[in-house]
Design a protein around this ligand. Structure first.
Ligand code: OGA
Ligand code: MN
Length: 292
């Protein structure tokens, strides 16, 4: 069956229908999805019927998968697959999270970010699958980092062309109210550096590579660098660059390209309602981008 691609926003995001996720996808279908990702950066698939196993298996058809980190904590994993990241608000027993520290950690997802920019080997795709959706709120927002880059004044584009930002997971967590990281947490996730402006290998377009994880600019005073990062994030997430995805049904899947978008979770009554979202993350096939 042919894929149907329906754009959902003037510059990015499409909904794709006609993919049968029950069996492994044929190579030509995978290629069509990759081409759609190069064109739209975010693709939504409704009611896929994917399970944990088929979610991981389909993700593997797109590349090599990250394993969810233990972050130095003795947290009991909720899933049988080490490739599944937990983006929900449930604990290992399937109850609403009681632990205040874990709740604060999760609130970091409400800041504009791109996944795994705090790793030296950055991520290409994230695939987020809904298992349980709260009755209200809990949408996910996306921002187009090509359109954001293209909107910048030429002088600002050339100022930032060769800048390198340092990204640190614990920077965004502390912005969200998480306490100072422990020694074990620091060792589990040291910072990583990436250029602010990157060329996407698929589309060959330039995009901004920024996130709440970015703490400063290499070679610049810390406060000056953070002020620039904050300004760029504000410019890049103006309403014209943002699409808000409403999750409708369990099985809804969204794939985003972390190299040319940012995203954030939006609020819901997380101490009252269940939201079970599970994510796989595909490494950028380019091992690491040169810093200069
Ligand atoms: C993620 C994430 C946002 C959400 O899974 O990487 O940021 O809405 N999720 O759950
Ligand atoms: Mn994320």
């Amino acid at each position: 069956m042919a894929l149907t691609i329906r754009p959902l926003h003037p510059t990015f995001v499409a909904e794709i229908a006609g993919v049968d996720f029950v069996r492994p996808l044929e190579q030509h279908t995978v290629s069509e999805i990759v081409a759609a990702m190069d064109a739209y950066s975010v693709c939504v698939f409704r009611r896929t019927g994917l399970t944990d196993s088929s979610h991981v298996a389909f993700s593997r058809q797109l590349g090599v998968l990250e394993h969810a980190p233990s972050l130095g904590a003795k947290r009991i994993p909720r899933f049988d697959h080490p490739e599944l990241f937990d983006a929900g608000n449930l604990d290992a027993q399937g109850s609403l999270i009681q632990d205040g520290r874990r709740r604060l950690y999760n609130l970091g997802n409400a800041l504009w970010h791109t996944d795994s920019s705090f790793n030296e080997h950055r991520a290409a795709y994230s695939l987020l699958l809904a298992h349980e959706i709260p009755p209200a709120g809990g949408d996910t927002e996306f921002a187009d980092m090509y359109a954001a880059y293209e909107s910048l004044p030429a002088a600002l584009q050339s100022d930032i062309e060769d800048l390198v930002a340092e990204h640190w997971l614990w920077h965004s967590r502390m912005l969200a109210g998480y306490p100072e990281p422990t020694q074990a947490e620091r060792e589990a996730k040291p910072p990583a550096r990436h250029k602010l402006v990157q060329i996407h290998p698929g589309s060959r377009r330039k995009s901004l590579y920024i996130a709440a994880h970015a703490s400063h600019i290499v070679g610049r005073p810390a406060d000056e660098g953070l002020a620039l990062i904050t300004k760029l994030i504000e410019l890049a997430t103006r309403p014209q660059f943002v699409y808000r995805l409403k999750w409708q049904d369990p099985g809804d899947l969204v794939i985003w390209d972390n190299r040319c978008t940012m995203h954030r979770a939006t609020p819901f009554e997380d101490t009252v309602h269940r939201r079970d979202m599970r994510r796989t993350t595909v490494y950028d096939p380019v091992a690491s981008q040169p810093l200069s």
